[in-house]
Design a binder for this molecule. Structure first.
Ligand SMILES: [Fe+2]
Length: 442
């Protein structure tokens, strides 16, 4: 048994193997570099060690895309015969990864939690469970899971500042904005480059409608958080939301063209943000030109592979199809969602949340705006179950408002606008939405 940097037991065959693994793990939790590339030396040099195989599977499954499931399954198959030499903790990580592969995110989280009871410093278990809490729409767990292990961490524990970043995001998604801000700032004191802590603070400002502060926060730190970070895309997206809230449409489009429109690699995690931003612009009557088609085309390719895998992605695929008027792709997506497996994990999220929301987008795209508004009003407060952040799911409310106005029910649109005025009194977007409602309903 060879303890890792935090004293958590591993069966690493050599100290060098452990260091290679730690490099990849740090890349994962710090959102810096490419964990899949960085785990390769350990896989190549010590193929008899199960943990790097399990790590690779967990990283691949974190993309929430069907196309990576086969690679993850292969890694777990390679890990399985090696488990006899693994520690109990490593076997637990394998079991949790298996649950992830099978779409049983709740069981995966339970397994990670069992590990965290015994090994509260297990960074891989903690990081992955937080991702899963986010994907399955459990904001309070997002906060509490970190709280349960935090007493075991000290400022000298490797990765401590990044755990504070996780705590900050959990607090923010639990609507504890002052506490979230304080913890995010503490995390950024330790690691000003940490994109996850930057993100948590951006969310606080987004939820409170602190538009100018949000822009300053993201722009002033971009030279630190953006380089070599796969998470930078999402932070640029947040900056675009602040510009949009301020009414600076040209800055939104410019930022889209610079940072969001042509990423080096396209993943659901960033293409859903691209679709969402273009849809938000469209809902405000801003012409997005030919920007929507490549986004919809990417989502079409995923549908061709059978996409009903994670409902949050599928909804954004539907948004991109509504944006481009691609009703056949909406129909194909709907058909796949109707056949979602009858499990209690990812399949249940597809059936219970994805299906009605995609149906509502079909209504929107086919001109049944009143039907769309009615369906979205019914689903909106339950949609948390398909994950994403409050800020991301605001897309549902914005679509509902637009559809209600177009469908001849401006009172319904204003009903939901009232919420925004109370929750984000400083946000200029509400007045703009009011004008838009009046225009659409006229
Ligand atoms: Fe976010």
């Amino acid at each position: 048994m060879r303890p890792d940097l935090r004293g958590v037991p591993t069966s690493a065959p050599a100290e060098e193997a452990l260091m290679d693994f730690e490099t990849a793990l740090e890349s994962l939790y710090a959102n810096r570099g490419e964990p899949l590339n960085l785990i390769r030396p350990a896989l190549k040099q010590w193929p008899e060690w199960s943990l790097p195989h399990v790590f690779r599977a967990i990283v691949l499954l974190g993309f929430t895309e069907r196309r990576f499931a086969r690679g993850a399954a292969g890694s777990l198959e390679r890990a399985e015969p090696l488990l006899a030499h693994a520690t109990d903790r490593e076997r637990g990580l394998y079991t949790a990864a298996r649950h992830m592969l099978e779409g049983n995110w709740t069981e995966a989280c339970e397994t990670f939690e069992q590990l965290l009871i015994e090994y509260p410093l297990d960074m891989l278990a903690l990081h992955t469970a937080q991702n899963l809490d986010f994907f399955r729409g459990q904001p309070v767990v997002l906060r509490n899971r970190v709280s349960r292990v935090l007493p075991a961490w000290t400022p000298t524990t490797p990765g401590y500042g990044f755990v504070l970043g996780m705590q900050a995001f959990g607090l923010e998604e639990s609507n504890q904005y002052p506490e979230a801000e304080s913890v995010a700032r503490a995390a950024l004191e330790l690691h000003p480059e940490n994109p996850w802590a930057v993100h948590a603070l951006a969310h606080v400002m987004e939820m409170q409608g602190r538009v100018s502060e949000g822009i300053e926060h993201l722009e002033s730190g971009a030279s630190l958080w953006a380089p070599d970070s796969g998470f930078a895309y999402h932070n640029w997206w947040h900056l675009a939301l602040f510009y949009l809230d301020r009414g600076d449409d040209a800055a939104v489009l410019d930022l889209y063209d610079r940072e969001l429109g042509a990423p080096e690699a396209r993943f659901a995690l960033n293409m859903l943000d691209a679709a969402a931003l273009l849809w938000r612009l469209n809902l405000l009557g801003i012409d997005v030109g030919d920007r929507a088609e490549p986004v919809a085309a990417w989502w079409r390719e995923q549908i061709a592979e059978g996409s009903a895998y994670y409902a949050f992605n599928d909804f954004h695929a539907a948004v991109s199809f509504a944006l481009t008027g691609d009703v056949p792709s909406l129909a194909a997506l709907l058909e796949q969602l109707e056949q979602a497996p009858a499990d209690s994990g990812r399949g249940a999220i597809s059936r219970e949340v994805g299906l009605p929301l995609v149906r509502a987008m079909v209504d929107y795209a086919t001109g049944n705006h009143a039907g769309c508004a009615k369906a979205l009003a019914r689903q909106r407060d339950a949609a948390q179950a398909f994950g994403g952040s409050h800020a991301q799911r605001d897309l549902i409310t914005l679509t509902l408002t637009d559809a209600a106005a177009r469908g001849g029910n401006p009172a319904l649109a204003r009903h939901y606008l009232n919420e925004r005025r109370i929750m984000k009194p400083a946000s200029p977007l509400a007045d703009r939405l009011e004008e838009r409602i009046a225009l659409l309903a006229a």
